[in-house]
Design a protein. Structure first.
Length: 334
């Protein structure tokens, strides 16, 4: 038999309105009353009908996470963490992939899911702050990643310049003298790559290390296959390096394969640092040294901000940095 609000109210000894307030998470309910109603809900197994709950609360019980590429290990790991956060607050998660496309990113902001979700966590790759402000709809929004955010929008990110400096310092301090960067974008619209190159250059300048544009190894695409091809091309062109900072872990994995193909030994001949600390970075041979963003803090902070917005906060946009670690493994051992 279907359990109704009336059944819960009768068991808890309260009015139907009070049960409705508890189900809607209305703030002004006495804790003792809330506990009594929740106990009745649990005992009877009451589950509010999703359509009825939406009509009563104006909420769908769903949030969306829009990301560039769900097949990328880093974003898959982020999606799992966002899902865990959503589950903890009894929300269901809708995943939307943009493939880093301008039209798809605009569609996400314009409210393609308008009416289906109560809030949106979004990692754009091509839209700038002005476009985000222009195209955003009314759905509560929190941004992840390195794209600059408008002052009205909440934003969570890692300090990519500081992290790239740490990776480059590590290679220099381990005795490397010619450090290359793998993953330079040939266009100016890849903000993340640009920030990481800035951090890499800053570290070289601070320590007076060798600098040359030939050590900026470009990639027209990202991923292990593209990285392998880019490193092979650089080596065949005579680019000489004994350390390599890679755009991400997949690039590091592809780079290590290219180095092995060319007879270079990691770490004896070339030290390699990746980025993201995806699970498979621990299982390469040798295991990959990498920048580890605090992904748990990233998703936890984003969901906290989103809940504030969904609860009606109209405060100015908040911009928060989460931490990172350099995880040293065999690919940079002295």
């Amino acid at each position: 038999m279907t359990v109704t609000l009336q059944d819960v109210a009768a068991l808890a000894g309260v009015s139907i309105k009070t049960v409705s307030n508890v189900v809607r998470d209305y703030k002004h309910v006495r804790p003792s009353t809330r506990e009594r109603v929740q106990a009745a809900i649990d005992e009877l197994g009451y589950a509010p009908h999703s359509i009825a709950r939406r009509l009563a609360t104006g909420r769908t019980g769903m949030v969306a996470f829009a990301l560039p590429a769900i097949e990328a290990p880093y974003f898959a790991e982020l999606a799992a963490l966002v899902s865990t956060e959503a589950d903890g607050f009894d929300y269901r998660l809708l995943i939307e992939q943009t493939a880093g496309g301008l039209d798809d990113e605009r569609a996400v902001l314009r409210g393609r899911e308008q009416g289906l979700v109560d809030g949106l966590i979004f990692q754009p790759t091509v839209l700038d702050a002005a476009a985000i402000e222009q195209f955003r709809g009314s759905t509560p929004l929190v941004l992840l990643g390195e794209i600059a955010a408008p002052p009205t929008v909440d934003h969570v990110m890692v300090d990519n310049i500081a992290a790239a400096r740490a990776a480059t310092f590590h290679l220099l301090q381990s005795g490397r003298t010619r450090i290359a960067f793998l993953g330079r974008s040939l266009s100016d619209d890849h903000v993340t790559a640009g920030l990481r190159v800035d951090g890499y250059r800053s570290a070289l300048e601070d320590l007076g290390a060798y600098r040359s544009d030939e050590l900026l190894i470009p990639m027209t695409q990202f991923g292990a296959f593209a990285a392998e091809a880019a490193v092979i091309d650089a080596l065949e062109a005579g680019v000489d390096f004994d350390g390599l900072v890679c755009f991400d872990d997949l690039s590091g994995i592809g780079a290590m394969k290219a180095l092995a193909r060319s007879g270079r030994v990691v770490p004896d001949d070339v030290g390699v640092v990746g980025w993201d600390d995806i699970l498979m970075a621990q299982f390469t041979t040798p295991a990959l040294t990498t920048i580890r963003p605090d992904k748990s803090a990233l998703t936890r902070t984003a969901f906290r901000m989103l809940r504030d917005r969904m609860d009606g906060s109209a405060d100015p946009g908040r911009h928060e940095l989460v931490g990172f670690d350099l995880v040293v493994r065999g690919s940079t051992a002295s």
